[in-house]
Design a protein around this ligand. Sequence first.
Ligand code: PSU
Ligand code: MN
Length: 304
Amino acid sequence: MNPYLDPSPEVAAALSEGRPVVALESTIISHGMPYPRNVETAMKVEAEVRAHGAVPATIAVLGGRLKAGLSPDQITGLGKSGLAVAKASRRDLPRLVAEAADGATTVAATMIIAALAGIRVFATGGIGGVHRGAERSWDVSADLEELARTEVAVVCAGAKAILDLGLTLEYLETKGVPVIGYRTLEFPAFYTSGSGLALEERAEDAAGIARRAKAKWDLGLGGGIVVANPVPEEFSMERVAIGTAIEAALAEAAAAGVRGKDVTPYLLAKVKELTAGESLESNIALVLNNARLAAAIAVEYSRL
Ligand code: PSU
Ligand code: MN
């Protein structure tokens, strides 16, 4: 057991007995949604994982400890602190640990801590990716490098639509990361169920996904898997409306000179503002949908 890691008693017991566990990220709580919807959603996501037969492990850095499994009070604390909590990706973990600080973990950092704990399945909203204009800004999310190296299956509703989704898929292909469409051969675009971009593989059920994950890791190929689970149709936004909001958000971000790790939260907050909160509802629905599928995959994986 890594000396910096603190699995909760419930998560530790489940892992030692080989029971299914699903990792959940915390940036989405602190930076991704307003209080109190963020805390309500985090609790609902945990309940959804439990209802589908797995133990939830919400991941964060608290007082420099790598936490896998948070108490309701700890989740509430992260939700209330919001942007006051550091956004923690791979590069930030050494500082937060050494300084005994708090951090809300991105997809990348959540994958790292999940893998340290022995958790193989993780549910989130959308992964980070290659930003539009990356040929000039070089802004490529550390989430993609993490998917290249860390053995966790990440269930998401695709990559965030604020990104260049085509380049994001190219990057994943280069890095040997399978992108499995769940009952679809079209890459979902977070707020919308489709992007117009084709995938190479689909799976019809959780068992098929679990078998592919096992095959990848048994083969020694390492790295992660993206499970692309489209937002349910009734919560899928209108493509033109979301596209217009994204264009406006990108223009405002450029005018304001937003850079680095602030780009993603800035764009998502602007999109939410511009869509009068409709994007928040679709965000919540897709996270719950991902929690259900991730639990089912974890259950199947634990049987292999
Ligand atoms: N969802 C949100 N806001 C966020 C994120 C998700 O509503 O900030 C985070 C995720 O944790 C994702 C990260 O891993 O954004 C990617 O950020 P970057 O592009 O800086 O790597
Ligand atoms: Mn970035």
